[in-house]
Design a protein around this ligand. Structure first.
Ligand SMILES: [Zn+2]
Length: 483
């Protein structure tokens, strides 16, 4: 029976929890007993499934024809836990896919004794909608985020199917009674929506650097000084007065627990810090980013920002080139775009656009002559003297020709290396009995230049290395001591 394609009614719903699906599966697929299903899936007589970090997903995935990675990403809170504890990402993944129970303890996710109510959560209004639309109820992963007490969609309090000792979750049963709908308050619903957004971001971008995002926002809010020190006292005061003051968006037990001891220092300090429970991160980032989860990614994606900056440079350059081609004077362009005339002239010359500045007063042949002499590695002053032009002109031509400055730099390095090689060879020739250490002492700077830039060349001109001799035994001194 296991491995068959599922009828539509049994298909795994979007973001449905694994527990919810297995409950439905057992019921609709008509397994004779729960233990039969457990035996086939887990090789155990009974199981207790974690609401958001269920184990052995590879086996479940295979049984229901779904990729285990898909289960992991969309039907568990793996993305969230991995986001806030990146070093453990791979361990957590492999444990959730292949290991038996005890995923949480084995990967060392600090549960941190936060007294969150533990159980499968569900929203009564979502349930009613499901019943009308589908004819059955499902639990969704967004509601299972630890600490979240409200449905983001309906702003009502979530209900609990309590887990743990002697609780009814032992086994694949879901007894949901129709409860009273209680309004959760706007703040709790906003927090819930924020958490859902973070979960969605964590699914899309595995490489978000949370610490970097925090740091940047803390700097811009003035909680980190220019020298990189935390203004921890101020931060704690502001955070606790705003977040843990009323109206509450967390369970009261959690609030009083968090009030006991600040968790900000260990969570934020890089050297002395340690991983914190995702709930702490969620509460802190909800406050820090003012409920805007996108700041987590916009601020942390250095690569994106660099690309944006590079793009803006390109835009400016294109704008300048357009204006130059339209014949606008450099003065005007400088005022409009905000780039120096030197920059504009360089751009014009690199792109072969003629302009009216002093640099164009010499004919093209002089320009070519400067370039050729520069290629030969002649000094700027020498070129200026030979061609009877100003040294400024020579410098401009060199810097405004693609790759010429870099080439001249490499030439200078070659000359310095050659000189250093000659110096060392001379020292070795004059003192044929010297070892390497003595040569190094005699030509210190030449030696270090070659050591840093071209180790092979250095080796080729030094005498052969002496084999290191083992240290002499200190037998004599020991004997003397004994005497
Ligand atoms: Zn709802």
């Amino acid at each position: 029976m296991i491995g068959h394609k599922m009828p539509i009614l049994l298909a795994l719903r979007q973001t449905e929890t694994v527990f919810s699906f297995l409950v439905r599966w057992r019921k609709w697929q008509g397994f004779l007993s729960e233990s039969y299903l457990c035996q086939r899936l887990y090789a155990k007589r009974s199981i207790r499934l974690h609401p958001y970090l269920p184990p052995q997903l590879a086996q479940i995935g295979e049984a229901i024809d779904v990729l285990p990675e898909h289960l992991l990403l969309n039907h568990t809170l793996f993305p969230l836990f991995a986001l806030f504890n990146q070093p453990k990402r791979n361990v957590l993944k492999s444990r959730m896919l292949h290991a038996g129970n005890s995923v949480i303890s084995s990967v060392g996710i600090p549960h941190a004794q936060i007294p969150v109510k533990f159980g499968h959560k569900w929203c009564p209004l979502c349930m009613q909608e499901d019943m009308q639309k589908l004819g059955f109820c499902i639990l969704v992963i967004e509601h299972q985020i630890p600490g979240v007490i409200a449905c983001a969609k309906h702003s009502c309090l979530l209900q609990f199917l309590v887990c743990g000792q002697n609780a009814p979750d032992r086994g694949l049963k879901m007894k949901l009674v129709n409860p009273q709908v209680v309004f959760s308050g706007e703040r709790a619903a906003n927090f819930s929506a924020f958490c859902c957004d973070v979960l969605a971001l964590a699914k899309e971008h595995a490489d978000i650097n949370v610490q970097e995002a925090y740091t940047e926002q803390l700097i811009s809010n003035g909680y980190i000084t220019n020298s990189g020190r935390f203004r921890m006292k101020r931060l704690e005061q502001d955070f606790y007065s705003e977040v843990l003051g009323s109206p509450h968006f967390l369970e009261l037990d959690v609030v009083s627990f968090l009030k006991k001891k600040s968790f900000l220092g260990p969570m934020l300090r890089r050297k002395t810090g340690y991983p914190a429970h995702p709930l702490k991160h969620l509460i802190f980032s909800f406050w820090l980013f003012n409920g805007d989860s996108t700041k987590l990614i916009l601020r942390s994606h250095k690569g994106c920002r660099k690309a944006l900056q590079a793009k803006s440079v390109e835009c400016v350059n294109n704008e300048i080139l357009d204006l130059l081609r339209n014949g606008m004077s450099m003065n005007h362009i400088e005022v409009n775009v905000g780039k120096s005339r030197c920059y504009i002239r360089r751009l014009a010359e690199l792109n072969g656009i003629k302009h009216q500045s002093n640099a164009m007063k010499y004919p093209e042949s002089t320009r070519r002559a400067v370039q050729i002499k520069a290629l030969m590695g002649k000094h700027r002053q020498e070129i200026a003297n030979e061609l009877k032009v100003g040294i400024g002109y020579v410098e401009q031509v060199i810097s405004n020709t693609h790759g010429l400055a870099a080439y001249r730099k490499s030439l200078r390095m070659n000359v310095a290396l050659k000189r250093a090689q000659n110096e060392i060879t001379g020292v070795v020739k004059r003192n044929p009995t010297w070892n390497r250490t003595q040569v190094r002492a005699a030509a210190q700077s030449a030696y270090s230049l070659l050591y840093a830039k071209n180790r092979e060349l250095l080796d080729s001109c030094l005498p052969k290395p002496i084999r290191p001799s083992p240290p002499k035994k200190k037998v004599k001194t020991v004997k003397r001591n004994q005497k």
